[in-house]
Design a protein around this ligand. Structure first.
Ligand code: 1HE
Length: 270
């Protein structure tokens, strides 16, 4: 496998590309990857200028933690308008993750707290290693979520669980996070990146239009009424089916040239 080529090595965000997969690493380990304004702006820029040949992104954090959330040292007194604009800046950055051109897989370890959890929630798949823990300490800090967390996190775990996390300062470990739906995978400590890259390689082989439909149509359909949702589904299905990619993949299966759906090997099997 060729060595990943650096496409940008700016301090706050380390971006490398290996084939069709781009690796975006939060790179403020001394501050536990706390999300400062410049870092949020870099995240927005990065996810809105992904290379043409990128088919999937893995996002991770350098150092002992994925992300300590909002950089609390920047939380100076703001007037109300500035505070709203600040939150809207976060929304734009994390919307660029969720509603960008390609799927994003988050590899989590250590603290995934506050705005760090809001960011992880914008990814499409979350892989946590066993060192991972999740918290929303906004209640203790006297603030509220502002990076889309109140929209995305209840859709993953429900309003009651998010209320508990925020009000009581409860912290979920990796297995609890898996059980409630914060992550889709838990792996041994130090293995989250490996698993995230395996998943990204698989996701990158899908038809780009299928991935786009999954990312963009599914969450919107979930917000629609049944009737509207089914209508959106029909339109999306027709668009995806009409692509040359779909046509050639369907032909490949019918001619016996494509893989079948197979049962996963039992856990622990080689
Ligand atoms: C920070 C931050 C930060 C660390 N902003 N500087 N987030 C929080 O409330 C989480 C606050 N952080 C922590 O609870 C802990 O730092 C951690 C559990 C994440 C990591 O602990 P540890 O022992 O590995 O590191 P540390 O010694 O606490 O921190 C190392 C340095 O990072 C230290 O700075 P230093 O100059 O003294 O070395 C810390 O001050 C600094 N640091 N976290 C600023 N968050 C859009 S709304 C979103 C709302 C939120 O995200 S609220 C949650 C904020």
């Amino acid at each position: 496998m060729p060595a990943p080529s650096p496409t940008s090595t700016q301090d706050l965000l380390d971006i490398t590309q290996d084939g069709h997969v781009v690796h975006v690493r939060l790179n403020r380990p001394a501050k536990r990857n706390a999300l400062s304004d410049p870092l949020i702006l870099r995240i927005h820029e990065c996810f809105t200028t992904l290379p043409e040949d990128c088919r999937a992104v893995v996002v991770s954090g350098e150092g002992a933690h994925f992300c300590a959330g909002l950089d609390l040292s920047e939380l100076v007194e703001r007037d109300i308008r500035a505070a709203v604009l600040h939150s809207r800046m976060w929304h734009a950055a994390f919307d660029a993750i969720q509603f960008g051109p390609v799927p994003v897989i988050a590899a989590l370890h250590g603290a995934v707290v506050g705005g760090g959890l809001e960011m992880a929630a914008a990814a499409h798949i979350r892989v946590a290693d066993r060192s991972t823990y999740y918290g929303l300490p906004e209640g203790q800090r006297g603030i509220f979520v502002g990076g889309g967390g109140s929209v995305r996190i209840p859709r993953l775990i429900g309003v009651a669980r998010m209320t508990d996390l925020m009000m009581t300062g409860r912290v979920y470990d990796a297995d609890e996070g898996l059980a409630v739906g914060l992550s889709q995978y838990v792996v041994d400590e130090g293995q989250a990146l490996t698993r995230a890259f395996e998943l990204a390689a698989r996701v990158a082989q899908n038809a780009p239009m299928s991935n786009f439909a999954i990312m963009h149509a599914l969450p919107r359909i979930a917000e629609q009424s049944s009737g509207e949702g089914q209508f959106t589904e029909s339109l999306m299905a027709a668009v995806a089916e009409a692509t040359p990619d779909a046509q050639s993949r369907l032909r490949a299966f019918l001619e016996g040239r494509a893989g079948k759906v197979v049962k996963a090997p039992p856990a622990g099997a080689a």
